[in-house]
Design a protein around this ligand. Structure first.
Ligand code: PGA
Length: 249
């Protein structure tokens, strides 16, 4: 696990978008895994900027998003699909046919999850997966639990997740469940980039980096992946020792 410390969210966005853009310039039909939430927003802005400046085209990029709320259609403005449209897909030349999402509105969630797993495999697996981290150590919507999941599944959202994300919904409208890629899906991605900023992430980052590998802190499983880079600011890195940052860089 490589830990990198940055001065600002803008500097993180420049670094992460640079990696994603170089990947697409080298392999235009790359398979990219995207995340939602506040962590990747500036990275998406930087990718759009690069597209607008003619530095990169995303026409052939195949995308898979980590998760989606249950019971929301794609047209619902609080769906993660709508988030991706407004922050990234709708602002650059991504093609709808290449965009893959878990169907949070599926009547049969299990079948939707199984289909998503097949779609990832049929695309040849994910080249680079972008991740955020929850204050409880979740990645995607893999909440703390007693085991690591393998493929996509339906999850009951933890109270801390509802507290963190409730602000995006009208009172009481936040779904209780979501569909998420499993830990196995995330670990099968060939390269992982995780963004964490702000003091609220500091405990989760310390547990991810220094704690035991346990499903009680789902992100700790990233210790077992051979190509993970973590992008931190001073606040999210505040519970790590300087040597942690140096040793892993
Ligand atoms: P955030 O969420 O980027 O909005 O902080 C991250 C997450 O919950 O995974």
């Amino acid at each position: 696990m490589q830990l990198k410390l940055f001065e600002s969210e803008a500097a993180i966005a420049a670094a992460v978008s640079g990696i994603l853009i170089r990947q697409v310039q080298t392999k235009p039909a790359s398979v990219l895994g995207f995340a939602t939430g506040s962590s990747p927003v500036k990275t998406y802005d930087a990718m759009v900027q690069a597209y607008q400046n003619g530095l990169v085209s995303f026409r052939d990029v195949v995308t898979f998003n980590l998760d989606e709320y249950c019971g929301l259609s794609k047209t619902d403005e609080t769906s993660y699909y709508a988030f991706m449209q407004s922050h990234l897909f709708g602002r650059a030349d991504f093609q709808q046919k290449n965009i893959h999402f878990l169907d949070g509105n599926a009547v049969h969630a299990e079948a939707a999850c199984a289909a998503y797993r097949c779609e990832i495999a049929a695309a040849g697996g994910i080249d680079i997966q972008l991740l955020g981290i929850g204050t409880n150590g979740h990645i995607g919507f893999n909440e703390p639990s007693d085991s690591f999941s393998d493929g996509p599944f339906q999850v009951h959202l933890a109270q801390s997740t509802k507290n963190a994300n409730g602000k995006y919904f009208k009172d009481g409208a936040m779904p209780d469940t979501a569909l998420t890629m499993g830990i196995g899906d995330i670990l099968r991605a060939r390269k992982l980039l995780l963004i964490a900023t702000g003091e609220s992430k500091a405990k989760a980052i310390r547990a991810m980096v220094k704690g035991e590998v346990t499903p009680l802190c789902p992100a700790s499983v990233l210790q077992t992946h051979s190509d993970v880079t973590v992008f931190l600011d001073a606040q999210s890195a505040s519970l790590l020792a300087e040597e942690d940052l140096w040793q892993r860089n």
